[in-house]
Design a protein around this ligand. Structure first.
Ligand code: PLP
Length: 388
């Protein structure tokens, strides 16, 4: 079949490819430590699963409204108002199967061929993939290790100009765990408001923060008509396989995004949405326990990596990833990631899976047991000692 020209511009998310390669090695009898895929290793809290089962038994097995069931839109609006300090209403909420479609829909809705979109690089690969796919011009805002991978706000504001159609932010950040200080958010909000440019704020890791409290750009002055918040249930409630996410945005934009949903997936599974209401309104102690455990693992993996010859590691302030600098090992990122998988049985991602400025780094997800993290560090040390 002859593919459309635009398909040549579509990228991918390497984590899924590495997972397939790791599983193939496992099928040959190899033991692999999985530090590649970005998902909590915890089970979904039982009260949420129970709510989904109840919903299924109660007949929540039919189509629902494209924008989401009213109870969930209301619960998301309440949560957003409380946590972000914005005045969110149910009309501003669109529920999607996972948060990823919010990226897809928003970029599709706002960007014309030739329009510039600012996005973090290294960064979640789907941003650049989607910008290119639509025919937009990706303008990377380079994240720098010497700044602890916090967003370089001056660089972003310098690049924001008359051709900018959208700014994408992500904090806490995948793959570096970096953030954006509140003063930085304020400066970005000022610049975006001055130019009338919408901001897509990917806050999917907003509750997985160790040292600070999350602030949202949506709450900054001037952002009300311009902020689109992306969030979801995958990471906070260990619900990756449920496919549940949402966007909170000005109500007219929510209608546009809901229309894109009508044209693609129709709606998000109704029984999942019923469970999501319970996730938001029910007991939050499982989230606190998970974050406390991630903090312990962050400290262990950072300390462990710092003792590996040739490796340096910034301590991330959020999410569940580390992005160590491996240039001292003499390997390129891709070569070391490949050898770690094939020879040492440690699945991780090359920094270049997150864009050109990821070279010189690897990404490890520490959403795995302490025991497996220690095992992976030991395997890495031995591989590097062998190849000296
Ligand atoms: N945004 C970022 C930065 C992510 O890392 C991910 C998943 O890895 C997502 C959004 C999408 O999450 P989901 O579609 O599982 O809700």
């Amino acid at each position: 079949m002859r593919l459309s020209e635009r398909m040549a511009r579509l990228g991918t998310e390497t984590a899924f490819d590495v997972l397939v390669r790791a599983r193939a090695l496992e099928a040959q009898g190899r033991e692999i430590v999985h530090l590649e895929i970005g998902e909590p290793d915890f089970d979904t809290p039982p009260h949420i699963t129970a709510a989904a089962i109840e919903a299924l038994k109660g007949g929540a097995t039919h189509y629902g409204p494209s924008a989401g069931i009213p109870e969930l839109r209301e619960a998301v609006a309440e949560d957003s108002t409380r946590r972000r300090g914005v005045k969110a209403t149910p009309e501003m909420v669109v529920v999607t199967p996972g948060a990823k479609p919010i990226m897809f829909f928003v970029i599709l809705a706002l960007v014309d061929p030739g329009d510039e979109v600012l996005y973090p690089n290294p960064g979640f690969p789907i941003y650049e993939s989607m910008i290119r796919y639509i025919g937009g011009v990706p303008v990377p805002v380079r994240l720098r290790e010497e700044k602890g991978f916090d967003l370089d706000v001056d660089q972003l504001c310098d690049k924001l100009g008359p051709r900018t159609r959208l700014v994408i932010l992500n904090y806490p950040h995948n793959p570096t765990g970096g953030g954006i200080p509140e003063a930085g958010l304020r400066a970005i909000a000022d610049a975006a408001a001055r130019h009338g440019v919408p901001v897509l704020s990917d806050e999917i890791y907003g509750r997985i923060l160790y040292d600070t409290v999350h602030a949202s750009i949506a709450a900054m002055p001037g952002m009300e008509p311009l902020a689109i918040v992306l969030d979801g249930f995958s990471k906070t409630y260990a619900m990756t396989g449920w496919r549940l996410g949402y966007g909170v945005m000005p109500a007219p934009m929510a209608q546009v995004v809901a229309k894109l949903q009508t044209n693609s997936t129709s709606c998000t599974a109704t029984f999942s949405q019923k469970a999501a209401v319970v996730a938001l309104r029910g007991d939050q102690s499982s989230v606190e326990r998970m974050v406390a455990e991630f903090r312990r693992r962050r400290d262990a993996i950072v300390e462990g990596l710092r003792t590996v010859p040739g490796v340096q590691c910034v301590r991330p302030s959020g999410a569940f990833y580390v992005f160590p600098n491996i240039t001292g090992t003499g390997y390129s990122s891709r070569a070391l990631a490949d050898r770690l998988l094939e020879e040492a049985g440690v699945a991780c991602l090359s920094g270049t899976a997150f864009g050109e400025f990821g070279e010189g780094h690897l990404r490890f997800s520490y959403a795995n047991s302490m025991e497996n993290i220690e095992e992976a560090l030991g395997r890495m040390r031995r591989l590097l000692a062998r190849s000296r």
